[in-house]
Design a protein around this ligand. Structure first.
Ligand SMILES: Nc1ncnc2c1ncn2[C@@H]1O[C@H](COP(=O)(O)OP(=O)(O)O)[C@@H](O)[C@H]1O
Ligand SMILES: [Mg+2]
Length: 365
């Protein structure tokens, strides 16, 4: 029987016009099937994955930071001057400490260099999508006042056979000429486990070239790798990064900070603690989208205050569209519906904005 998650992701990919949801689900399924020793399934899924070009991924990603601007066009990379402040990235304690230690080393660059030692400059960010990895890379470039080189890994590897090594060297050469932050986003695209059949031959050689270039990476620049799929990342590549920062879907405390940050500047009667408790499962990206939508509605309706009941409606609506890994659990979802009921909404109104049938609501609320 067809796996419902794959069907769901295929439909979402079709509707959204890009392959990211499907690629993500297939990747996960491959890792799971590998664990279960289902080699036949792994082989079939990999064949399917091969059919999916993931070019649109990069277009979507690099456009998401509209405030930062691009200053150079190359088929292999984008050079971006970021203006994302570090304070706007909501990070867990461990990530915060790691990043501030890294930055304090960079502030003392000259002092260290006099002793022939250099700040840490190879950083790997890993964890589920929509948790702020790419955003953090932008923020670090801004903080360090360096241009950000966004490498288009799909272009780097999809070019003519044998040219990939040359492309990698060309990109790393930028870091020798000037101080830059190089971001290898979705680094697993290039550095998948070499035992993977798909990666034999050319790609195996590519990983070797990448390893050599990482080893020789100059002290004056920073290399950041980011991945949603650390389990399929080549182990040797993984080891090359001196600092690894794990990202997770935000905790209740971090969700509160995210809501606060993204609703800033608007008056509201929202109980942030309650909303944060009930929005379990939403990542930073979903919370940002929800807040933008809430603010849009308030502005367009000509009101001056965000009402809690309106905010909850948006959360429910958006959670319906979120993918299965980024959804509010049923129990919390019901609690949100209950609040709407307490605010005087009718069951059929609640049913129309939630994905719960009228009769189920009637029996449960
Ligand atoms: N930790 C976070 N702090 C602040 N904003 C976040 C965070 N995580 C996600 N976002 C919002 O979601 C958007 C997408 O996040 P992104 O950095 O692309 O996630 P990732 O690279 O982990 O998939 C960001 O531009 C930002 O607006
Ligand atoms: Mg990203």
């Amino acid at each position: 029987m067809a796996n419902i998650k794959i069907v769901e992701a295929a439909i979402r990919s079709y509707i959204e016009g890009n392959n990211i949801p499907l690629i993500d689900v297939l990747d996960k399924e491959i890792v799971e099937s590998k664990k279960r020793g289902n080699h036949h399934k792994v082989k079939r899924l990999k064949e399917l994955l091969k059919l999916l070009p993931n070019k649109q991924k990069y277009i979507a990603q690099t456009n998401s930071f509209a405030n930062s601007f691009q200053t150079e066009l190359s088929p292999l990379y984008q050079r971006v001057i970021s203006n994302i402040p570090l304070e706007s990235v909501v990070l867990n304690k461990f990530a915060q400490e790691t990043i501030s230690r890294l930055l304090s080393e960079w502030e003392k660059y000259e002092m260290l260099a006099r002793h022939n030692i250099y700040p840490t400059n190879k950083l790997l960010l890993y964890g589920p999508p929509g948790t702020g990895k790419t955003m953090l890379a932008y923020a670090l470039a801004y903080k360090l006042n360096m241009p950000l080189i966004l490498v288009r890994l799909d272009e780097v590897i999809s070019s003519y056979l044998g040219k990939t090594g040359k492309n990698i060297r060309e990109i790393f050469h930028i870091a020798e000429k000037e101080n830059v932050v190089i971001l290898l986003d979705e680094i697993d695209t290039i550095a998948k486990n070499r035992d993977d059949e798909r990666e034999l031959g050319e790609l195996k050689r590519v990983v070797t070239v990448l390893l050599q270039n990482i080893d020789n990476f100059p002290n004056n620049s920073i290399l950041i790798g980011a991945t949603n799929h650390e389990s399929i990342l080549d182990k040797a590549i993984w080891r090359r990064f001196t600092i690894k920062v794990q990202f997770d879907n935000p905790s209740e405390e971090l969700r509160k900070l995210l809501f606060k940050h993204y609703l800033e500047g608007f008056k509201s009667d929202i109980d942030l603690s309650l909303i944060s408790k009930l929005s379990e499962g939403l990542n930073g990206s979903a919370i940002k989208d929800i807040c933008v939508d809430i603010k849009k509605r308030v502005v367009l309706s000509g009101k001056s205050t965000i009402r809690s009941v309106d905010a909850i409606q948006v959360i429910l609506l958006m959670s319906n569209y979120a993918n299965s890994q980024n959804k509010i659990p049923k129990k919390k979802y019901y609690s949100l519906c209950k609040i709407l009921r307490q605010h005087g909404m009718t069951l059929s109104e609640i049913s129309s904005i939630s994905d719960i049938p009228y009769t189920t609501l009637r029996d449960n609320l």
